[in-house]
Design a protein around this ligand. Sequence first.
Ligand code: BJW
Ligand code: ZN
Length: 245
Amino acid sequence: MTIPPRLIEKLKSSERIVVFTGAGISAESGVPTFRGTDGIWTKMKPEELASFDAFMRNTGLVWEWYKHRKKIMQTVQPNAGHYAIAAMEKIFKQVSVVTQNIDNLHRRAGTTTVFELHGNIERNYCIGCGKPYPNEKILQSDSIPRCESCKGLIRPDVVWFGEMLPQDEWNASIHAAEFADVMFVVGTSAVVYPAASIPQVAKRAGAYMVEINIEPTELTRFADETLLGKAGEILPKIVEACKRI
Ligand code: BJW
Ligand code: ZN
């Protein structure tokens, strides 16, 4: 895949970059995606695992699933795609990452401005009193974790279906999108709202939208460029091409 010269031209005159990411950027790190042939939800139903109702009805099962994923995410490393995005900070005036991912890999790769729309799997809190709990404490035991202060249930600090997104992260993401010169949309099926509206906000405000995905998505028809291929291969090529200008 060669990077289209018109994209490099566009980047030459760009200062503010927003990178909107989904599970696909972490696929090459070994984190499973949700949808598609290898997605988690070809095997499990989202409504049975990723909602507050499911958590209350089936706390043991939901916790088992999250403990399993927490352990996977402790072993994975950022990939070339995450590192390429972090390297953009050396090229452009401002780079913001708006991610739907909960795996913390953008920060671990060195990106400084990350807005996490769906929470972070490294955090947990008590639903009774809000007290935060680190993963180490949760993963020590096989039982359902309870708060040491109020005995309330502890839950992972992620956003489930039917829940509001964290207000500060949302506002900051909208603000970044409204001022973006280029909006990269990387590795997302763009079917989960309101997150999927962020690229559209940027586009409506005049940003050039560049999609990177292994297949076309709901957003493809709105994109100015769609680069079909793996994020871990395409993003480093874009960064290399930008370094030469
Ligand atoms: C590669 C690649 C490689 C692979 N390189 N690419 C009906 C219509 C519209 C909306 C709704 C509706 N009914 C309900 C809703 C709202 C609902 C929603 O959007 N549902 C739709 C799915 C139908 N949204 C919500 O409920 C949200 N809250 C909300 O709306 O609040 C308002 C409200 C509250 C109360 C009352 C009323 C209103 C909350 C959504 C929370 C989503 N949470 C999850 C789980 C997080 C925790 C966890 O991980 O356990 O977030 S769901 C899951 O999907 C996760 C992801 O962040 C999110 C998006 O998935 P993503 O990242 O796009 O992954 P995939 O797998 O779908 O796609 C991967 C892509 O990568 C693919 O395109 C591949 O091709 C590509 N790829 N390898 C590049 N190497
Ligand atoms: Zn508590």
